[in-house]
Design a binder for this molecule. Structure first.
Ligand code: COA
Length: 163
């Protein structure tokens, strides 16, 4: 059983260690980090799952981004990670569903991410052929979700760092 709470300052190092464990070395060289450089995460949507002994099981973070020449506001989901010994227990799914509910409540309408469609389509994410992510990125892994119908209508082009 897990408790999901908003990430606090004191969670930072536990989350960073979890991310180091879950991703290949040099994760900060990934193109998604260029969209995060110098931009604050969306604090309300950064969540940590801890078991009842307080041990971290998973984390999800979000950053704001903007899309296309209209600079349409969107969220970049990630990084998300679940401790290797706790994967497959539904923690990742719970983190995503909790964050999506909060995002919707806060008026966000668009989410993008880089990931495996096979995992994220159960939360409604689809492949995008109308968005571009900073290279190097496999376009097949660029996914989007509308939290409001037609939120991506007339929104296309390059995903950029939030100004
Ligand atoms: C991806 C991740 C967050 C999923 O968390 P989780 O708690 O294991 O996920 P859940 O328990 O909610 O879901 C597990 C299911 O998703 C599947 N799944 C997990 N990762 C997957 C992937 N990359 N592609 C396809 N399916 C995947 C599992 O096989 C399992 O399927 P089942 O329910 O049919 O058995 C976790 O595996 C992880 O931290 N991976 C390493 C870091 C990473 O790759 N992060 C995502 C970057 S986009």
């Amino acid at each position: 059983m897990y408790e999901i709470k908003q990430e606090k300052k004191e969670d930072w190092w536990d989350v960073e260690s979890l991310l180091d464990l879950s991703f290949a070395p040099g994760r900060e060289a990934l193109s998604s980090y260029r969209l995060r450089d110098g931009v604050l995460p969306v604090a309300k949507l950064c969540l940590v799952a801890r078991d009842f002994d307080g041990i971290i099981g998973g984390s999800i973070r979000f950053w704001p981004v903007q899309i296309g020449c209209n600079k349409a506001r969107a969220l970049l989901l990630g990084p998300i990670a679940v401790h290797p010994t706790r994967q497959g227990e539904g923690v990742g799914g719970e983190l995503i569903r909790s964050a999506l509910t909060l995002a919707k409540k806060d008026g966000w309408t668009r989410i993008v991410l880089i990931g495996d469609e096979i995992y994220y389509n159960k939360f409604g994410f689809k492949k995008s052929n109308f968005l571009r992510f900073p290279p190097p990125t496999n376009p097949n892994r660029l996914l989007y979700l509308e939290l409001k119908p037609d939120a991506f209508k007339d929104v296309n082009g390059e995903i950029q760092r939030s100004e």
